[in-house]
Ligand binder design. Structure first.
Ligand SMILES: C[S@@+](CC[C@H](N)C(=O)[O-])C[C@H]1O[C@@H](n2cnc3c(N)ncnc32)[C@H](O)[C@@H]1O
Length: 239
């Protein structure tokens, strides 16, 4: 099963998980940290791998003329049902239903590590970007996906037992506060993302490794992610 079929298989779990206010990092700190990298709204913004549409709706509320793209029929249907005025399209990120140079901002928030054909998706994003356009992306930090903490103590060692430099698929089932979700993703070394951007003619102009802010940490396990990055954010433009 490919990653996009796995997301479709877990769509109903994801809708509940993603929409539960305050439940995941998106609500507690991640969205607002990511938004700091974005240029102001322009002609058109595309949200790649928009899922059930929480960020797409937020971008709209901030004044972006936004189109959401996702390959999961159930998530696209949920996004449309939540706000029928939204332009949400069922498509693969590697074959966008958009004209060349028709958007000035592409956002890929927590989706490229969930997309099998990541390099093709990046090429396709660049095709639809205006020459002055920007791509802003957030991914699971490759350090995070390459290993794990040995214990839940704040100073627990972080161990990489496999190969950081090798790409591999992984799944993680999480149960928290009465909700469960199984994430299917792909670990890739940082170089894979930079090679995809470089191959598509993009350069990175800003990069962040956001840590978990104090207000979002309530346990020792949470404090571990003040030592290592959970996520990676970057903004890229044409070379
Ligand atoms: C972690 S979810 C992120 C959803 C949304 N950006 C958010 O933060 O709420 C990853 C998304 O990538 C989508 N996805 C996976 N493969 C895809 C592909 N080939 N093309 C477009 N979307 C894809 C999944 O369906 C899923 O909605």
């Amino acid at each position: 099963m490919g990653l996009c079929e796995s997301w479709e298989a877990h769509a109903s779990e994801w809708i509940e998980w993603a929409r539960a206010a305050g439940h995941d990092s998106y609500w507690r700190f991640h969205r607002d940290q990511f938004l700091r990298l974005l240029p102001p709204p322009g002609r058109r913004t595309v949200d790649i791998g928009c899922g059930e549409g929480r960020l797409t709706r937020h971008l709209k509320s901030l004044g972006h003329a936004v189109v959401g793209i996702d390959a999961s029929p159930s998530l696209v249907a949920a996004a449309r049902a939540f706000d029928p005025s939204m332009d949400v399209r069922l498509a693969d990120a590697a074959a966008l239903p958009l004209e060349d140079a028709s958007v000035d901002l592409a956002v890929a928030f927590m989706s490229l590590h969930d997309i099998d054909a990541m390099s093709s998706a990046v090429r396709e994003i660049v095709r639809v970007l205006d020459p002055c356009g920007r791509l802003c992306l957030a991914i699971v930090h490759p350090i995070n996906s390459s290993g794990h903490f040995e214990t839940s103590e704040a100073h627990s060692p972080f161990v990489i037992k496999g190969d950081y430099l090798r790409a591999f698929s992984y799944s993680e089932s999480i149960e928290r506060d009465g909700l469960s979700m199984t994430f299917h993703s792909k670990h890739r070394p940082l170089e894979s993302y930079f090679c995809a951007l470089e191959g598509a003619g993009m350069v990175v102009e800003a990069l962040r490794e956001p840590s978990v802010p104090d207000h979002a940490v309530s346990t020792n396990a949470g404090r571990r992610w003040q030592r290592l990055p959970l996520f990676l954010h970057l903004r890229a433009r044409r070379a």
